[in-house]
Design a protein around this ligand. Structure first.
Ligand SMILES: [Zn+2]
Ligand SMILES: [Zn+2]
Length: 187
């Protein structure tokens, strides 16, 4: 019997699935009478690759790293549901929704997302890292701006200058000019 590795797509035998076997069982792996966790796992992946896992060669060559289902957040606990834990991570390519560039979702980053940040297993990156940073920066600027506009002292020159700066970054030169003028008036 051969099983298709999700990482290299090669068909491998049971003896090449030792690394994955070491992290079995986990919640949601079907249990059958008299079966070892590995046998249960092999039965599930025999016909359908319901799990993302990697063969020993992929682990050996560091193309893949082991996942830890116990640290992952997968709400559906049965393998026939759409959300199953990651038994391995390997680099994946995505296209950024914002700039259209291809980017790599690195295996270490995936591990961080799903095992440290606790993102649910089916969440995927939509934007590339630099667009993500830009979006985050813009959000932070907007938060800072609305704070200054709401609670800022209209006689505070530094606050007015900062508002002008933010408007410049947000490409609103007219507003930036108005706040800079107000700041200058304060002397
Ligand atoms: Zn492989
Ligand atoms: Zn992008």
């Amino acid at each position: 019997m051969k099983y298709k590795c999700s990482c290299c797509q090669k068909h491998v035998e049971e003896k090449n699935i030792k690394k994955t076997a070491s992290i079995l069982p986990f919640d949601g792996l079907p249990k059958m009478e008299g079966q070892t966790p590995l046998q249960g796992f092999l039965a599930v992946i025999k016909n359908h690759n319901l799990y993302q896992w990697a063969c020993d060669d992929c682990h050996q060559s560091k193309k893949a790293i082991l996942g830890n289902p116990r640290k992952q957040f997968y709400t559906f606990k049965n393998p026939w549901d759409s959300a199953t834990p990651y038994l391995a991570y390997f680099d994946k390519n995505f296209t950024c929704k914002t700039c259209g560039e291809d980017f790599v979702f690195a295996k270490e980053e995936q591990q961080h997302w799903y095992e440290k940040l606790n993102f649910v297993v089916y969440s995927k990156p939509v934007n590339c890292p630099s667009c993500r940073k830009e979006i985050r920066d813009a959000k932070n600027l907007n938060t800072e701006l609305s704070g200054l506009l709401k609670d800022g002292d209209p006689k505070d020159k530094n606050a007015l200058i900062r508002i002008a700066e933010i408007y410049d970054i947000l490409e609103k030169p007219e507003k930036a000019k108005a706040y800079r003028r107000a700041a200058e008036k304060l002397g």
